[in-house]
Design a protein around this ligand. Structure first.
Ligand code: ATR
Length: 275
């Protein structure tokens, strides 16, 4: 059977773990998937996408800084991509039209609920950040019906805009926005979705957001404990997770969207962790 071609597109892309993850999925499932990494020029993402599909490519993952462009370029969007305002998964439909999907939010929720055993229903959740990464996960988090969801951001107006955007999906969840310093009281789950650690920064939230049983989740991952998770541990949090599981889970959902086959994620997470 000849392999079908998939790839991740970004700039830069050499650090991406997606080729390794999807190769592991392919060998595990026996699906004829060949998955590479493509660095698109910053000024020609759309040409790169067109060219990939013209030469027979079957599906793309999209990463920084092209997720919004992928969303704009697509002719159709899945409902979860529509709301996310960004796409990490592209494919052609039966008519050859470009479809955008977003599997990031589902990836985060699956990692929390299935891999870490954290059911979100009824929890008091604090999300730090109000950029593209956070917008992408709010819909799937709200779908789990937490008791409250507070979005704290350096630029409060951006957190307030997200509250307005997602108000219609909040159901019984109390949805609100504030600045980092105003985050008050302890939360059951704190999710760091800022890119502060890329600059070696910490969002200046008070340590009182943490109780002993607070679950802390950094959407970033790194070989060592992330800056945010180290801060949380130093302030008494005992259950801290990084975003490696989210990365593998979003990949698994993309694989499922493309192939109709759901890979096992646990062995792949274990393998990446031991690299
Ligand atoms: P991403 O795609 O990673 O979400 P983004 O859309 O640029 O990237 O959003 C980055 C997020 O991290 C924003 O919430 C940003 O805060 P602002 O909205 O105020 O810009 C936050 N962020 C970036 N650097 C930060 C820092 N040094 N301290 C705190 N928050 C930071």
């Amino acid at each position: 059977m000849t392999n079908e071609l998939y790839a991740v597109v970004g700039n830069p892309i050499s650090h991406s773990k997606s080729p390794r993850i999807h190769s592991l999925f392919a060998s595990q499932t026996g699906e004829p998937v060949e998955y590479t990494a493509i660095q698109a020029p910053l000024e020609d993402f759309s040409g790169t996408v067109r060219h990939f599909f013209e030469r027979g490519g079957r599906g793309l993952n999209v990463t920084v800084p092209f997720k919004e462009q992928a969303w704009t370029q697509a002719e159709h969007r899945t409902p979860r991509a529509e709301k996310a305002g960004a796409a990490n998964t592209l494919y052609l439909d039966a008519d050859g039209a470009l479809v955008a999907d977003n599997t990031d939010g589902v990836g985060l929720v699956r990692d929390l609920t299935r891999n870490h055993g954290v059911a979100l229903k009824g929890l008091r959740i604090l999300v730090l950040g109000a950029g593209g990464a956070v917008r992408g996960v709010l819909g799937p988090i709200l779908a789990e019906a937490p008791a409250s969801l507070t979005i704290a951001n350096r630029t409060v107006a951006k957190a307030e805009a997200l509250v307005r955007l997602f108000a219609g999906e909040a159901g019984d969840t109390a949805l609100s926005a504030c600045g980092f310093e105003q985050a008050a009281g302890a939360f059951d789950l704190v999710i760091n979705g800022t890119s502060a650690s890329l600059q070696g920064d910490l969002p200046p939230v008070p340590a009182s957001i943490l109780a002993g049983n607070t679950v802390v989740y950094d959407m970033m991952y790194s070989l060592q404990t992330t800056t945010f998770n180290r801060w949380a541990q130093d302030n008494g949090a005992t259950r801290v997770f990084d975003g490696l599981g989210m990365l593998v889970e979003q990949a698994a959902e993309s694989f499922y969207v493309w192939r109709g086959v759901r890979p096992e994620t646990a062995p792949v997470i274990d393998e990446l962790r031991s690299d």
